[in-house]
Design a protein around this ligand. Structure first.
Ligand SMILES: *Cc1c(COP(=O)(O)O)cnc(C)c1O
Length: 487
């Protein structure tokens, strides 16, 4: 007999079904009839090597696997920069309405006017929320939005007969920013962060010239700090003919409070799956709409949605457009969820989201200041970065603390990002967590801090309660081998 946990950790290929109960629906006779019609020489000689399990065994297999995961529905998930807020189930219900879930992308415009109206109104909502003039809902995620935005920046400069070769990016930026710029053929130039945790205006000034296509920024930045010099930065970049790009992954701090468009940004991407309550993680469908100021609107991807009278239609040709970025019109289901979220909350509700996200982050930051170092002083926005460097004396790293948290039933904060903070732990509680949950998180971190003093090996060896302990993270990323070999 296998022990229960061994049985549970078997691959589906290694399982055999004892339960072939005939009262479950099965293809049976009909399948045999079909087989008779297939010419003999086309039939395979050997059974395929695929799992052969009853429906019940398959359901148990995958349900048990799913219960090994950490997710927002089961655990506190303060993963900085990712905005792992709770996503109300009603939004899934709206997205499941047959008029949304069952529409075909080739359906006649006349038959899907409601879906088109939703897309059109969503473009208007996002324009209003960010202070931009026009939006595309096509990009499938934030990084895809960056790619879209930079292609438009390139097309814009090209249309003016200018050849600009550089994109400026702060040293605290998310890795997708330089990756997107490189993908678009730009040279990436790093801008320093000053001791206050902000973009260093002097460094920016010295690197801004007529070869700069764009300055990509996150505001609040990845340290959770608002870039107070943004108007000055905007003037500097625009003076030299460059564009200002807004990485909107941190928009959860600004809803209804202030708008990137008013700060001088020309191009904005949003992560609907972060800020606007679409479940995310594990590469599931996201949505990264991109908004632009009027002068960049001609370059938006096609098709564009147009309203004529009270009818909606697709416009497929636009002479200056960068073209199509995604099959059909983007991840429609994600857009429906976010549309419902925005309409349910309204203006006041959205502002309350950001205010509470900021309040929760500052409360946590304050309560943790005696057991971690704070690389930057003062108030934070919706997230903050701590340093675990003081525990290096005991041989404990941020990674060890992150692993130990799993044993306490808490997902780990983001670690080692931004790169400029030693032993960084980046915490984003989000507005959906209660004070009780935040207090429990503080108590857990205090317990771990005590453990580091008394028994650092315990923390270094964590986790103890997860199905898999420490993996070789470098090999997992560089040589992923997920294939099952039967023999
Ligand atoms: C998440 C994130 C991105 C990338 O967005 P994806 O939707 O994951 O592609 C870019 N910048 C920042 C600051 C982020 O947090």
């Amino acid at each position: 007999m296998l022990r229960p946990e061994e049985e549970l950790s078997k691959l589906i290929f290694e399982k055999r079904s004892a339960n072939t109960a005939s009262w479950l629906p099965s293809p049976g006779k009909e399948a045999e009839e079909v087989l008779k019609k297939i010419p003999k020489d086309l039939l395979r000689e050997k059974e395929p090597e695929i799992p052969s399990l009853s429906e019940l065994d398959v359901v148990r297999h995958f349900t048990n696997l799913s219960r090994k995961n950490f997710c927002v529905d089961t655990h506190f998930y303060p993963l900085g920069s990712c905005t792992m807020k709770y996503n109300p189930k009603s939004l899934d219900a709206f997205a499941s309405f047959p008029g949304f879930a069952d529409v075909h992308p080739y359906a006649d415009e006349e038959d899907v006017q409601g879906a088109l109206q939703l897309l059109h109104e969503m473009e208007i909502f996002l324009s209003e929320i960010t202070g931009m003039d026009a939006f595309t809902l096509q990009p499938a995620a934030g990084a895809h939005g960056e790619f879209c935005g930079l292609l438009m920046a390139a097309a814009y400069h090209h249309s003016k007969g200018e050849k600009r070769t550089k994109v400026l990016i702060p040293d605290s930026a998310h890795g997708t920013n330089p990756a997107s710029a490189a993908l678009c053929g730009y040279e990436v130039v790093q801008i320093k962060t000053n001791p206050r945790g902000h973009v260093d205006p002097a460094d920016l000034k010295s690197k801004t010239d007529a070869s700069v296509a764009c300055f990509m920024m996150t505001n609040p930045n990845t340290l959770g700090l608002f870039e107070e010099d943004i108007l000055e930065i905007s003037r500097l970049v625009h003076e030299k003919g460059g564009l200002l790009y807004y990485d909107g992954a941190n928009m959860n701090a600004l809803l209804g409070v202030c708008r990137p468009g008013d700060m001088g940004f020309d191009i904005v991407h949003l992560n609907l799956h972060k800020t606007f309550a679409v479940p995310h993680g594990s590469g599931g469908p996201g949505s990264g709409p991109v908004g632009v100021k009027k002068r960049l609107a001609p370059f938006l991807p096609v098709p564009r949605i147009r309203k004529e009278g009270d009818r909606y239609r697709w416009e497929h040709s636009a002479p200056s457009s960068i073209g199509k970025l995604r099959s059909f019109y983007g991840n429609f289901g994600a857009v429906v969820r976010s549309y419902a979220y925005i309409r349910a909350l309204g203006k006041e509700g959205l502002r309350a989201v950001s205010e509470n996200a900021i309040l929760n982050a500052n409360y946590l930051k304050k309560r943790l200041e005696d057991i971690f170092d704070e690389p930057f002083d003062g108030f934070c926005m919706h997230e903050f970065v701590l340093s675990a460097a003081r525990y290096k004396k005991q041989g404990v790293k941020a990674l060890d603390i992150a692993k130990r948290l799993l044993d306490f039933g808490v997902y780990a904060p983001t670690i080692y990002f931004p790169l400029i903070v030693e032993e960084a732990l980046m915490v984003e509680p989000t507005e959906t967590e209660s004070k009780e949950t935040l207090d429990r998180f503080v108590e857990i971190l205090r317990a771990i801090s005590r453990e580091i003093q008394e028994n650092p090996e315990k923390v270094q060896g964590a986790p103890y309660t997860t199905p898999v302990g420490r993996i070789d993270e470098v090999r997992a990323a560089r040589q992923p081998n997920l294939r099952y070999h039967s023999k």
